[in-house]
Design a binder for this molecule. Structure first.
Ligand code: FES
Length: 454
């Protein structure tokens, strides 16, 4: 509840920007209908769980709008509206005043969607699991999973953790991107970071909104014990590929000030993985590992897609049919529809491996680091990922990502080391924050006052 889920905007909706006309074009009407139906069912499933388990998470119904301010995009919005109607989604075409402090050229409205506090919902789910006799182990990092040697292991699956092994009938790798390289999901998804600011606001709009145009601006209201809050999200980019992440917050703060006349009180960012062909991967990690399940590639719409994954995987484990299994099939290899992303992912990895290594050879010495900055620099003749704190002390770690050895980049806004290849992230001490890496970056001990240190 403290990773991507805790940092999402908490929109529960089947409206995922302008996606359905593209989905029909790419995958055909049947798969697009399965995706749409699964999202609507997930929305209702969450509402039901909240009521049944009496989870106090500020859940309330709200409409979701995708809008354009550009009259030239009206035809595109109308196309999206027609696609959503044909797929049975609760959409309407609207224009002008949609509850924002500005008028829009056109919008698609999805009725009766929902908003909630995602972390409080997840904590409620955790309590429900424990009430039902389940046990939750925190601070227990899984390092490996072996599936398929039942005779030797005495179980379908064995999970190796830092503190011992766990034997199970089935395992779900709900780790955003799988921590195992089997299935090559790291090559079939792209890691993205996005940003949110929140501000005290006397009169935020009632519903939730997302712009059709770039840069994406996603808006929703929230209420806490002290009053109303406005949340504005956007500014997405590939992990490790933006050297000025602080600017992303600045752009959101400016948007909130100009459009709503508010100043940001809070800011945070989150990570998500986009699938190569536009549909998440949900199911067994490979055809040969039937007891190890994955769910990834939610493309920032994890509230409903995560719930869809739970429903499909639960059905699989219990041997039940699922009408959505085929549309989300995790083992599909669809080169035709995935070629753009898989190609650019591969190219970006190659560029990072070669380009960043060359850059690290020419990097300046540790002395070049100003307080409050981090970079890959040279020390003792080797590249190191170093951060100089405001008091002058330095944290230095190996710049080689422990997943597949790409060179990490410094993320100035979050003060983390982010891998541009497949999205692993590490804190200043090298501890893993996000996978697929499961091992920390090695600590480098710099020798004080050693001229060779530079
Ligand atoms: Fe794969 Fe870093 S995440 S090399």
């Amino acid at each position: 509840c403290a990773g991507a889920t805790g940092f999402t905007t908490g929109k529960i909706t089947s409206q995922h920007g302008l996606m359905y006309s593209k989905l029909v074009e790419r995958h055909g009407e049947d798969r697009a209908r399965a995706y749409a139906g699964a999202q609507q069912s997930a929305l209702e499933q969450i509402v039901e769980i909240v009521a049944e388990q009496q989870i106090d998470c500020d859940l309330r119904r709200a409409d979701a709008y995708v809008y354009t301010e550009d009259p030239k995009r009206v035809a595109e919005i109308s196309r999206e509206y027609k696609a959503t109607r044909a797929l049975g989604l609760p959409s309407q075409l609207v224009e002008g005043d949609i509850g924002l402090p500005w008028t829009v050229a056109c919008a698609v409205r999805f009725a009766d969607q929902a908003l909630f506090h995602p972390r409080r919902y997840c904590l409620g789910l955790a309590a429900a699991i424990e009430r039902s006799g389940g046990t939750i182990f925190e601070q227990t990092r899984a390092l490996d999973v072996e599936d398929g040697n039942r005779e030797k292991n005495g179980a379908n699956v064995v999970v190796t953790t830092a503190g011992g092994v766990v034997r199970a009938d089935a395992v779900v790798l709900a780790t955003q991107t799988p921590i195992l390289d089997r299935g090559a999901f790291f090559a079939r998804t792209q890691p993205h970071r996005s940003y949110v600011i929140a501000a005290r606001c006397d009169d935020p709009p009632d519903d939730m909104y997302i712009s059709a145009e770039q840069p994406i601006r996603s808006v929703r209201p929230h209420t806490d014990a002290d009053g109303s809050v406005l949340m504005v999200g956007g500014g997405g980019h590939r992990t490790g590929k933006d050297d000025h992440t602080e600017q992303q917050y600045g752009d959101l703060r400016r948007f909130a000030a100009e459009r709503f006349d508010v100043s940001a009180n809070w800011q945070w960012s989150a990570q998500d993985f986009a699938p190569a062909d536009g549909l998440p991967y949900i199911g067994p990690i490979t055809g040969g590992h039937p007891h190890t399940f994955v769910a990834t590639g939610y493309a920032k719409w994890g509230m409903t897609n995560g719930t869809v994954a739970a429903m499909i995987i639960a059905d699989s484990i219990l041997g039940r049919e699922s009408e959505w299994r085929e549309a989300f099939d995790s083992t599909r290899i669809d080169l035709h529809r995935s070629v753009g992303v898989v190609g650019s992912q591969g190219l970006s990895t190659v560029k990072s491996v070669i380009g960043d290594r060359i850059a690290s050879l020419a990097a300046s010495g540790v002395d070049s680091l100003a307080p409050g900055t981090g970079a890959v620099v040279r020390a003792g003749g080797h590249p190191v990922a170093a951060f100089r704190h405001e008091d002058g002390t330095i944290d230095a770690v190996s710049p080689r990502c422990t997943h597949l050895s790409c060179i990490v980049h410094f993320n100035e806004a979050e003060r983390t080391w982010d891998c541009p290849c497949h999205g692993s992230r590490f804190d200043l001490k090298g501890h893993v924050i996000d996978g697929p890496a499961t091992h920390d970056l090695e600590t480098v001990h710099l020798v004080a006052d050693d001229p060779a240190a530079n």
